[in-house]
Design a protein around this ligand. Structure first.
Ligand SMILES: *Cc1c(COP(=O)(O)O)cnc(C)c1O
Length: 461
């Protein structure tokens, strides 16, 4: 092992390597020396663990890779041709131009986030958004936090800790990535009382579970699955009526949080925030970056008596929203108030795009690929825990057909280019869906497909 250690190059030796010297154009010398020290320390640990000493070339390679990675941060834009409009792994909702410029404006300098310009004294960040949310949903009060999971956690911590919350067994859902709503709820210190069976829950199930420790009745949107066949769920109306009888609030976790009637677009009805408020829910929770089409946030609307308690709770500070997303949220909500959500908010532009338009774009995309691609009928998924099982008709560009490995190679190639394009694979085909791509991005896609066609033709010859 000692011999291995002796093979390790010195810092001086490495810093004078030609490739490392050239890195000094990108990265200060002192930081390079620090990187080299860290790399050598890493190598020493590896040798102690019984590994051989890395060569000078290997060490230089890894240092170069580390510095180049700083030039190209790993988080970057992609084009989502997967056909899932709201994809958590792909960053959920793209934002409207207006929301982006509002976010830009407050990011650029200072703002009156918590400063009352009229009086020149301390203000609250929530005043910028609460009246808009109340106007839009009909709620008495509103609060915005980091994301919907923290909204639910905050509300149950502040209002149900050490007490019980009754929820239907059919609504104790996992929302993806291994995150389960009941686990988030339990973190609050509230006891979840699951009632009913997986497929059937009746009002009497809730009623029988009510006792002096009960703090609330809770409804959770099934988000990403759909019960079919022999089922029975209690409506919000019934829950609210039961709550009134026992003087208990109903908490409604809507997940996606929709303000528009989805049946207009041929989709299943998605519960709307304003409906929940009108029905009498005490608190309604939803995400800012699902169907609402704004930046990540957790939005809580409902009765003033509860919202006031949440505003005072210390956890509110721990899960608060930042100025940049707040600015984007406000502008996104104003799109709804002005009746321009469908034309301005990207997710609604995608949902409402006529099939004929998608068809035309798909044909355009297929053109550079000539015989190598076809336009086929398909379906776009909404995703994002909304409209489980709900899809929109679309046209897909299908490329491949010569075995699964070819589709995979094509997919990898599009994914690994400068502006990655993410499609989906079905059978032997790579499928690209124009519906989840903004028309503004078409030129970029066309260029990529042109290049792809050139390589495919070359490999055929
Ligand atoms: C998506 C979802 C959440 C979590 O929302 P985030 O904004 O991702 O924290 C909570 N509840 C339901 C029902 C959901 O669908």
């Amino acid at each position: 092992m000692d011999r291995e250690f002796r093979h390790l190059p010195s810092v001086d030796r490495l810093i004078s390597e030609e490739r490392i010297r050239r890195l000094q154009e990108l990265y200060p010398r002192a930081s390079l020396v620090e990187l080299i020290r860290q790399r050598l320390e890493h190598a020493r640990l590896a040798i102690t663990a019984g590994n051989p000493c890395p060569s000078v070339d290997e060490i230089v390679d890894s240092i170069c890779a580390q510095v180049y990675a700083l030039e190209n941060p790993s988080l970057r834009p992609i084009i989502n041709a997967s056909g899932v409009i709201l994809h958590t792994n792909l960053g959920r909702a793209p934002l409207s131009k207006e929301a982006i410029s509002a976010m830009n404006a407050v990011a650029n300098g200072y703002c009156n986030l918590e400063f009352d310009l009229d009086s020149g004294t301390r203000g609250s960040r929530y005043v910028h958004i609460e009246p808009i949310l109340c106007q839009l949903t009909g709620a008495e009060a509103a609060l915005v936090v980091n994301n919907n999971a923290s909204a639910v956690l905050l509300a149950l911590t502040a209002l149900a800790k050490k007490r019980e919350v009754i929820v239907s067994r059919g609504q104790a859902v996992e929302i993806g990535g291994g995150f389960r709503i009941p686990d988030v709820m339990r973190q609050s210190g509230a006891k979840l009382v699951e009632v009913g069976t997986t497929n059937c829950t009746y009002v009497t199930d809730y009623a029988q579970a009510i006792n002096p420790r009960t703090a609330a009745l809770m409804r959770v949107h099934a988000s990403n699955f759909r019960l079919m066949g022999f089922t029975h769920l209690v409506t919000l109306d019934e829950l609210v009526a039961l709550g009134r009888q026992y003087d208990l609030p109903v908490f409604d976790d809507l997940g996606s949080g929709c303000f528009l009637d989805t049946t207009r677009f041929g989709l299943d009805p998605e519960p709307m925030v304003q409906q929940s408020i009108a029905t009498g829910a005490g608190l309604v929770f939803f995400s800012g970056d699902k169907l609402m089409g704004g930046p990540q946030a957790g939005i809580i609307v409902g009765k003033k008596q509860f919202i006031d308690k949440l505003k005072k709770h210390p956890l509110t500070r721990a899960v608060r929203i930042d100025k940049i997303r707040l600015a984007g949220l406000v502008v996104t909500l104003i799109h709804y108030l002005k009746g321009e959500a469908i034309s301005r908010i990207p997710v609604w532009r995608m949902i409402s795009a006529p099939l004929a338009e998608i068809d035309q774009r798909a044909r355009q995309w297929a053109q550079p690929l000539q015989g190598l691609a076809q336009v086929v009928e398909g379906e776009t998924m909404i995703g994002g825990g909304s409209l489980p099982g709900g899809t929109l008709p679309t046209r897909l560009v299908a490329i491949g057909g010569e075995g699964k490995s070819m589709a995979q190679a094509l997919s990898e190639r599009l994914r690994c280019q400068e502006m990655p394009i993410v499609g989906r694979i079905s059978g032997n085909m790579l499928l690209l869906d124009p519906r989840s791509v903004l028309p503004e991005e078409d030129e970029e896609v066309l260029q990529a497909l042109h290049d792809l066609a050139a390589t495919l033709k070359q490999s055929k010859n």
